[in-house]
Design a protein around this ligand. Structure first.
Ligand code: FNR
Ligand code: LAC
Length: 358
């Protein structure tokens, strides 16, 4: 097959090359996959009212996020277990992020330690935090992330329990003993295997480790123990967003975990305007779920997002080409975004305004 020309073709290539169980884990969604499909449909349903004769000869894709200039408004979403996609795992992904000026968000459940990721990084990185039942361990993760230069924390709010991952149950998905969840080394949660009966343990694993009784008080606590901005990931309502800002959050990532948690959850792009209103300019708003084209980025920005996060396609790039694969995939998306800006009559990101949406 020729080199893929877009993100969907990377998915097809990954499907042909990856073990089925791993492809299903990375690509999969909860239950019937309604939300995963709706995330895409919400982008497809919007039409762009582009401007003409707007002098788009010299385009600037950069933005500023929490005082940090970024080359373009895209971040790599936190994703667990990248070693299952490629032996170089998160090291390959973070290097590709650096090469393409893309913000990298490291998952708590990475198969590389947050320290090793930071050491390999050549650009800005954030750390995604799961809040463990053991709060002193959680606090230690925050301190470790601060110590090696992560620039923000993204706390995941949409996973009090794991969503229904039926494909993973059927496939008896697990990570082999040699692959470790490195940040959790020294806890009972550094491996993710099968139970004694050979059955999937995902939901039990999450319930044993993560705290489903979190409240806004815990968000206040988190904000109080760190000097880094805290972005709450997994919010789809304006009232929740407003509450998060009151607790000291620096921003919101509108997300439904790529449709992997609550199936029938609202599509993120449809939730975005309400969240933007709830934040009311007091922080930054990002969005993820189904971003696959440069025009999707334009649509998200037009509805008030500052940046988008890209999930599964990064895995397809990693699985099919390691660091170069991720870099090439991000390069394609960046070209698409640049073309979309030009064709919309926007010479820079701040020209992307609400009136572009029909
Ligand atoms: C995720 N996501 C995720 N989120 C998080 O906060 N912590 C994590 O460890 C993971 N792990 C993870 C693994 C895999 C394989 C996927 C696909 C997703 C959710 C992720 O950050 C993001 O919200 C979605 O993937 C965005 O949707 P798209 O771009 O994949 O459609
Ligand atoms: C997932 C978890 C690990 O979505 O966040 O697979």
């Amino acid at each position: 097959m020729d080199l893929p020309l877009n993100l969907a073709e990377y998915e097809e290539l990954a499907r042909q090359t990856m073990p089925r169980t791993h492809f299903d884990y990375f690509g999969g969604a909860a239950a019937d996959g309604i939300t995963a499909r709706e995330n895409r449909r919400a982008f497809e349903d919007l039409a762009l009212r582009y401007r003409v004769f707007a002098d788009v000869g010299d385009r600037d894709l950069s933005i500023t996020l929490f005082g940090r200039k970024l080359d373009w408004p895209v971040a790599i979403a936190p994703m667990a277990f990248q070693q299952l996609a490629h032996p170089q795992a998160e090291i390959a992904t973070v290097k590709a992020a650096g090469r393409t000026g893309t913000l990298f968000v490291a998952s708590t459940m990475a198969t590389t330690s947050l320290e090793d990721i930071a050491a390999a990084a050549t650009g800005p990185c954030w750390f995604q935090l799961y809040v463990y039942r053991d709060r002193s361990f959680t606090k230690a993760l925050v301190e470790r992330a601060e110590a090696v230069g992560y620039e923000a924390l993204m706390v995941t709010a949409d996973t009090p329990v794991l969503g229904r991952r039926e494909q993973d149950m059927r496939n008896r998905f697990h990570i082999p003993p040699g692959v470790r969840i490195k940040n959790l080394e020294g806890t009972p949660f550094a491996s993710f295997g099968l139970d004694d009966g050979g059955e999937y343990t995902g939901a039990r694993y999450m319930l044993a480790s993560l705290d489903p009784s979190l409240t806004w008080k815990d968000l206040e606590w988190l904000c109080s123990i760190t000097r880094l901005p805290v972005i709450v990931k997994g919010v789809v309502r304006g009232d929740d967003a407003e509450q998060a800002m009151k607790c000291g959050a620096g921003g919101i990532a509108v997300s439904n975990h790529g449709g992997r948690q609550l199936d029938s959850a609202i599509a993120t792009l449809r939730a975005l305007p309400d969240v933007v209103q709830g934040v009311a300019g007091r922080g930054e708003v990002l969005v993820d779920g189904g971003v696959r084209r440069g025009t999707d980025i334009v649509k998200a920005l037009a509805l008030g997002a500052k940046a988008v996060l890209l999930g599964r396609p990064v895995i397809w790039g990693l699985a099919t080409g390691g660091e170069d694969g991720v870099a090439r995939l991000l390069g394609l998306l960046r070209e698409e975004f640049d073309t979309a800006l030009a064709l919309c009559g926007c010479k820079s990101v701040d020209r992307v305004t609400r009136d572009l949406i029909a």
